[in-house]
Ligand binder design. Structure first.
Ligand SMILES: [Zn+2]
Length: 541
């Protein structure tokens, strides 16, 4: 009867729920890694279903992307679909179970290639919306109509337009996005938002943008280099008529804020929060609804300890558990990582092993890698796919760049910025790598060259020793260096990588290379040889 009461009055509310960057319900880093955090999934599902029951046609739920990558379960089934060219993905089943109204693809959806994305989107229980991902030849939206319009029982017309960070070509393998173009989000919004208002008669326009904010919403001060990675603030200031901007991609918690009259929200990561936007509307004499105000908030999602995995998930978990627990190899050397910070300051055998895997696969004598996660456990004596996933949670592939000595030095100077000294002279992580989110994956450790980073010296002057083959590396000497595609694309401030020619690219993932290497030998002995030092301070413990 609630709906009838609302239609008879001249005021109404409308609710938008948003989730973003769920990353296959990856377990938060402080928890022991498992296939996915299905307890949190259950809690989020009941929260959404309760709200749907409560609000009926006056509510929509939009998932804002980066759903299909990030946990063992999401990645495994994306690869299955990619390789078998068929199959149902558990995250698709989750969207159906919780009644998703629309999905906006994020950048990570492309990690498994265009074919996998097409299969997954074709089997989706709701439309995929992205106005700025277009077919290069026609400039038509790749996923079809990039908006949907719903009319509530009270007669409120709500338009939802999808947008995706346009920075994807900077990270993705060219083969994964062949034939596609990624237009700036602002450009696409300028075209579509007025159309939705004027031609489609939308009373409410929601933009769901898998991208973030490039400036501080309170001060307007820019917080990062001006690229098309994050255009949220420009969307609010340069495009008129957006009532609510749902954001994501940066894994931030943003609620209760507005830019230029547009309410904004960002619901963190891994399904830890449900974002909610409430719109208050009034009906004028001509019967049209207009938005009077909007506010946003985040609802924490608390998992219940006694919850059970949903029936539809169980067979997927069984299949994956078997695959994850297959023994791949044995380590005679202790490769457990007790303290990630120490493993970045004093060379750890796990890092040496990982770099050697990359060098062997790519046929180079130099490689670099980061220790991707602050909770990476290293390897115990028996290694399984589960251990690999815990240490290397990204679907990165391998690239070989031809770097000259000057570029190698620039890259090492960039990596040395990861550290700072505290007032006790201890080497700590520079705050810029801790907030708004920890970025340990931007600190690289190299194999095949010798170097010293002196953190007591100013940034840009910290490389005090740099040798290749026992002799100082000259500025024009060229080395083939193996690294992941993410770094080779210049991500993390490594602009020098973009200037280096690509020697080779591989489509196999680094986690698969690790598994192949482990399978190739019964027992591994890793003899640590220390080729780099971080000096200039003591190690903080
Ligand atoms: Zn994300």
């Amino acid at each position: 009867m609630k709906v009838l009461q609302m239609t008879s009055s001249n005021s109404a509310t409308f609710t938008i729920l948003t989730t973003s960057d769920i990353h296959g319900f990856r377990c938060p880093p402080d928890r022991s890694p498992s296939l996915c955090d299905w307890k949190r999934m259950c809690a989020l599902t009941s929260l959404i279903l309760d709200k749907k029951r409560q609000h009926g046609s006056s509510l929509l739920w939009i998932d804002n992307g980066d759903l299909y990558q990030g946990s063992p379960i999401s990645d495994y089934f994306m690869k299955q679909i990619r390789d078998r060219k068929t199959g149902t993905h558990p995250m698709t089943q989750w969207l159906a179970a919780a009644g998703c109204d629309a999905f906006v693809p994020g950048n990570h959806e492309f990690n498994f290639g265009r074919g996998a994305i097409q299969l997954v989107s074709a089997g989706a229980p709701c439309p995929w919306l992205s106005a700025n991902i277009v077919v290069r030849e026609t400039l038509e939206p790749f996923f079809g109509k990039p908006y949907r319009i719903w009319t509530s029982k009270a007669g409120i017309r709500v338009a939802v337009l999808g947008l995706t960070t346009a920075y994807i070509p900077h990270w993705e393998l060219p083969g994964h996005i062949e034939g596609l173009a990624f237009l700036p989000a602002v450009e696409a919004a300028r075209k579509w938002v007025p159309y939705l208002r004027e031609k489609q008669g939308a009373d409410i326009v929601i933009v769901s943008y898998h991208g973030g904010l490039e400036s501080d919403p309170a001060t307007g001060e820019s917080t990062e280099p001006c690229t098309v990675e994050n255009e949220g603030c420009r969307l609010c200031t340069e495009v008129n008529g957006i009532d609510v901007l749902l954001t994501g991609h940066q894994h931030r918690r943003i609620e209760g804020q507005a830019i230029n009259g547009t309410a904004i929200v960002q619901p963190s990561v891994y399904g830890s929060y449900l974002g909610e936007a409430q719109l208050m509307l009034a009906r004028s004499d001509d019967g049209r609804w207009t938005v009077q105000g909007a506010y946003t908030r985040l609802i924490p999602v608390t998992a219940a300890d006694d919850s059970e995995a949903p029936e539809w998930l169980k067979p997927h978990m069984e299949e994956l558990n078997q695959w994850m627990d297959r023994p791949l190899g044995h380590m005679a050397t202790n490769m457990l990582i007790a303290n990630a910070h120490e493993a970045r300051i004093s060379k750890h055998p796990f890092i040496q092993w990982l770099n050697e895997v990359q060098m062997n696969a790519a046929g180079t004598s130099v490689a670099l890698t980061a220790l991707m996660d602050n909770h990476a456990p290293g390897f115990g004596s028996m290694v399984t796919m589960r251990d690999i996933a815990a240490n290397y949670p990204y679907p990165n592939t391998l690239t070989v760049l031809k770097l000259n000595g000057h570029q190698v030095k620039l890259a090492l100077e960039e990596t040395a910025k990861y550290f700072a000294l505290d007032d006790k002279g201890q080497i700590i992580v520079h705050p810029a790598y801790l907030s708004p989110k920890p970025q340990p994956f931007h600190y690289d450790m190299w194999e095949g060259i010798e170097y010293t980073l002196d953190i007591s010296r100013p940034p840009g002057e910290r490389v005090t020793r740099l040798l290749f083959d026992g002799a100082p590396l000259t500025t024009d000497q060229v080395l083939e260096v193996a690294m992941n595609h993410y770094r080779a694309s210049g991500s993390g401030g490594y602009a020098m990588m973009l200037e280096a020619p690509i020697a080779r690219q591989y489509s196999v993932e680094i986690t698969d290379l690790m598994a192949e290497a482990l399978l190739s030998k019964d027992v591994w002995h890793v003899e640590l040889h220390v080729n780099w030092h971080v000096t200039g301070g003591s190690i903080s413990r």
